[in-house]
Structure formats: structure tokens, C-alpha cells
Design a protein around this ligand. Structure first.
Ligand code: PLP
Length: 333
């Protein structure tokens, strides 16, 4: 698989740290835990979507797009980072926000809502939780075209085959860094939402012929839906990049026992994980994605899933701006 043949924009200088978490590892009494600090990727306030956007924005520019359109939840990190990338590229920008909880978007709200205001898209369209955001984005793209513009739709979460390649690159980075540390990584754990992060990691490790297992901690949909989504994305990404190793079903592991009552709703295990990371390691997580994924990591150590693992990597996919919109609920579940 030759990722270098895909045009790419560069929004991060160097690579993100692979950092050992000694106090957390000792407190949990399981494998040595490392964190891949993708919260420190470039673009406004960092996070996983930056890796996907490096490929997607390169495609948008090659198609001479002048307007970027994307969609996400009310506190979407993906929309914030896409606005940031479009700003850097000097493009117009429009976003669609889906209200999973009615009335949850506020133009004067905190967290990512505040950052949207600062990054100032030409248009914010708020739709209800049942809306099909793909259809809404297509409608906006038609308006842009009718007005003489050239729109480019970045898929929700940046998760199509091209965006997913960003995380195949990340798997290479993790392997290079762990080799340099003399560490063999048994297991990688990440949040799984639109699925591109997990799918890309699976493809990347498969291409290396690596035995590193990847588990996605589901933050929204039911187990079977999420597993099918990640498998399809991984296969699409592998075929786009001319992968040499087939992605098989056994490579896709999804846990949906840490999501709680639903997407973005706090849980007590999320609050516990958030507190452990902050108090033991000075690392901030968020209540929607990384807090639940870290709850998965803690749960997998406690339930014995990681019994035979010596070293695990937790991928910190960012999202901390959302923490500041949760207040007390982030700490009390
Ligand atoms: C902070 C953060 N972590 C993880 C995810 C999930 O990643 P993916 O959509 O690639 O599954 C997202 C998606 O929006 C996110 O914002």
C-alpha cells in the first residue's frame, strides 16, 4: 500500500507523541499503557479529524473547490477542524449541525459552538436528530453550484475511504515510535464513531503484517451496525490504496458496553476515566468520545480482556473543547 501517492496537505509539524502513562498503568495493575497524543495534531484545538482532512482537503483543492461543506453533531469536533482547515486554505465554509437532543445547539453556547463563531462559516444549518445530513449537504451543494460556486462535501466524521487513510498512516507512526522505544504493542484502543479512525488503524496494521489488535469503543450505534460500518470502510480504504492484505471480519472488534444511554450522554465510567487521566497523568479527555473510550480501556483491564497484553496504546483522538460545555455533568456522569 503506497500512501505517498495520495496528495496530502500538512497541518501538523512532525509526529504526535507516543507517551507512556506510568501512574495510570500502576493504578490499574494491567499492561503498560501508552497514549498516542492525537489531541496534539494541528488545526484549531487538535484531534483525529486533522489526519483525515490532510487527504480530503488535498482532494478538494485538486478539484478546485471553493466551498467546503460538512456535517456533525452540535458539539462536532469534526466541524470545528474542517472549518479550521478550510480557513487555512482560504475556502468558503458551510456546516450542518444535527441536534441529537432538541434545542441543544446555541449560537452563543460554549465549547465547539464558541469556536464555530470564531471560525465564522458563511452558513450554519441546524437539523433535527432524524434528518439525513447527507441529503442536507447535497441540497446545500446544489445551492452553491447554482450560485456559480464549486462545492466539496467532506463526509460526516471525514470517514470515507480517502479520509480513512489518515489513520492507516497513524498505524505506521505508532509502529515506528514503538519500535524506537523497544516496545511491542499488543493492543490499540480508540473511540469508534463514524468509524474511520478504527478502520484506518486496522488497515494500517494489516498492511504491516502486524499482530496488533485494534478495539473500537462504540460511542453511538449498536454493535452490529458499527462493526459492519468499520469493516466496510476498512475494505474500501484498503482497496483504494491497493492494499496487499485482505481485511477480514475477525480484525474488527467493537465494544458497545461503554456508551451508556446514548451518544454524548455522560456515564459514571466516563467520569471515572476522565478523572483518572487528569489526576494521574495530567491528560484531559472529553465526555463524548475519549472519556468513553478510556472507560473502555479501564473496563477491558478490569474484565480481563487485556490479561495477556503487555503494552497497549490508547489513541487520544482529541475533543477536549466539548469538555468545557459539559460543566459538572462531565464529573458526575
Ligand atoms: C474527539 C473524537 N474522537 C473520536 C471520534 C470518532 O472517530 P471516528 O469518527 O473516526 O470513528 C470523533 C468523531 O467525531 C471525535 O471527534
Amino acid at each position: 500500500m503506497q500512501l505517498s501517492r495520495f496528495p496530502r496537505r500538512y497541518y501538523t509539524s512532525g509526529v504526535t507523541p507516543l507517551q507512556m502513562l506510568p501512574r495510570l498503568s500502576a493504578a490499574l495493575g494491567g499492561p503498560t499503557i501508552y497514549v498516542k497524543r492525537d489531541d496534539l495534531l494541528g488545526l484549531v484545538a487538535g484531534g483525529s479529524k486533522t489526519r483525515k482532512l490532510e487527504f480530503l482537503m488535498a482532494e478538494a483543492l485538486s478539484l478546485r473547490a471553493d466551498t467546503i461543506i460538512t456535517a456533525g453533531g452540535v458539539q462536532s469536533n469534526h466541524c470545528r477542524l474542517t472549518l479550521s482547515a478550510a480557513t487555512i486554505e482560504g475556502l468558503h465554509k458551510r456546516i450542518v449541525l444535527k441536534e441529537h437532543i432538541p434545542g441543544s445547539y446555541s449560537s452563543t453556547g460554549g465549547g465547539n459552538n464558541l469556536l464555530y463563531r470564531l471560525l465564522e462559516p458563511e452558513q450554519i444549518t441546524v437539523v433535527d436528530g432524524n434528518a439525513n445530513t447527507d441529503d442536507v449537504m447535497i441540497g446545500i451543494a446544489e445551492e452553491v453550484t447554482a450560485a456559480g460556486g464549486n462545492p466539496y462535501i467532506v463526509p460526516s466524521g471525514g470517514s470515507n475511504a480517502l479520509g480513512t487513510l489518515g489513520y492507516a498512516r497513524c498505524a505506521d507512526e505508532i509502529s515506528e515510535q514503538s519500535r524506537a522505544l523497544g516496545v511491542s504493542v499488543d493492543h490499540v484502543i480508540c473511540a469508534s464513531g463514524s468509524g474511520g479512525t478504527q478502520a484506518g488503524l486496522v488497515v494500517g496494521f494489516a498492511e504491516q503484517g502486524s499482530r496488533t489488535a485494534v478495539t473500537g469503543i462504540n460511542v453511538s450505534d449498536a454493535h452490529d451496525t458499527q462493526r459492519a460500518r468499520v469493516l466496510a470502510l476498512a475494505r474500501d480504504a484498503s482497496s483504494l490504496a491497493g492494499g496487499s492484505y485482505p481485511v477480514t471480519e475477525d480484525m474488527i472488534t467493537v465494544r458497545d458496553d461503554f456508551v451508556g444511554a446514548g451518544y454524548s450522554l455522560p456515564t459514571s465510567s466516563m467520569s471515572e476515566a476522565l478523572t483518572l487521566f487528569a489526576q494521574l497523568e495530567g491528560v484531559l479527555l472529553d465526555p463524548v468520545y475519549t472519556g468513553k473510550a478510556a472507560a473502555g480501556l479501564v473496563g477491558m483491564i478490569r474484565d480481563g480482556t487485556l490479561r495477556s497484553a503487555k503494552s497497549v496504546v490508547f489513541v487520544h483522538t482529541g475533543g477536549t473543547p466539548a469538555l468545557f460545555s459539559y460543566g459538572e455533568a462531565a464529573l458526575t456522569g
